[in-house]
Design a protein around this ligand. Structure first.
Ligand code: FMN
Length: 187
C-alpha cells in the first residue's frame, strides 16, 4: 500500500479474527515502530507479543486484577475479564520503558512511545492487517504489570489487538482540516 494511502485510510477495527499477522509481517511492523522519533535515542519502548494460550494467561491476569479491586465481582464480569484478550488472535503489549534523563522529560518519552504505537498500527494496516489500540484500567493495574514482568519505571502504552477484520466495521467520519489547522499569526 502506498504510504499516504495507509496514513489516511487506517482505522481501528474491534472485530478481529484469524489469521493473525505472521512473523514476517510483525518483523516489518516492529521495524516501523522502532523508527519512532526518539529524543536522545533513549529507546523508551519495548514490546511483548502474546498469542494463543498466552491470551488466556493475560485474561487470568485481568481477572486477578479485577478481583483484587472487587472481591465480590460477579460471574458475568469475571467471564468478561477472562475473555477480553480473546477478542483478537494476537496482542502486542506496547511497554513504555521510561528512562531518567536530565534533558528528556518523561512526557517526551511517552510521546515517543505513542508515535511508535502509531507506526506499528500503520505498518500492520499497510500490510493488510487490522488492529485496535486499547488500554482501560487494566493497563495501569499493578497486578497486570507484574504478571507481564514490567520493571519499575515501565508502564503500558497500550494493548494492540491485531488480526484480520471480521465482518463490516464502521467507516470513520472524515474531519475538515480547516477545523483543526490555523495559520499563525492570523491575518
Ligand atoms: C492511548 C489510547 C488508548 C485507547 N484505549 C481504548 C480502549 O481501551 N478502548 C477503546 O474502545 N478505544 C480505545 N482507544 C481508541 C481507539 O483505539 C480508536 O482510536 C478510536 O476508537 C477511534 O477509532 P479510529 O482509530 O478508527 O479513529 C484508545 C486510543 C488511544 C490513543
Amino acid at each position: 500500500m502506498e504510504a499516504l494511502e495507509a496514513l489516511v485510510s487506517r482505522r481501528s477495527i474491534g472485530g478481529l479474527t484469524d489469521p493473525a499477522p505472521e512473523d514476517a509481517i510483525l518483523q516489518r511492523a516492529f521495524q516501523a515502530a522502532l523508527r519512532a522519533p526518539d529524543h536522545r535515542l533513549l529507546r523508551p519502548w519495548r514490546y511483548l507479543v502474546i498469542r494463543g494460550e498466552g491470551r488466556v494467561r493475560l485474561g487470568e491476569a485481568f481477572l486477578a486484577a479485577g478481583v483484587e479491586e472487587n472481591p465480590e465481582l460477579g460471574e458475568t464480569e469475571r467471564n468478561r475479564l477472562l475473555a477480553m484478550p480473546l477478542r483478537a488472535p494476537l496482542i502486542i503489549v506496547a511497554v513504555m520503558s521510561l528512562k531518567v534523563d536530565d534533558k528528556v522529560p518523561e512526557y517526551e518519552q511517552i510521546l515517543s512511545a505513542g508515535a511508535a504505537v502509531q507506526n506499528l498500527l500503520l505498518a500492520l494496516h499497510a500490510q493488510g492487517f487490522a488492529s485496535m489500540w486499547r488500554t482501560g484500567w487494566m493497563a495501569e493495574h499493578a497486578r497486570v504489570l507484574s504478571a507481564l514482568g514490567l520493571q519499575p519505571g515501565e508502564r503500558i502504552a497500550g494493548f494492540v489487538y491485531a488480526g484480520t477484520e471480521s465482518g463490516i466495521s464502521r467507516i470513520p467520519s472524515s474531519l475538515a482540516v480547516e477545523d483543526f489547522v490555523q495559520s499563525w499569526p492570523q491575518a
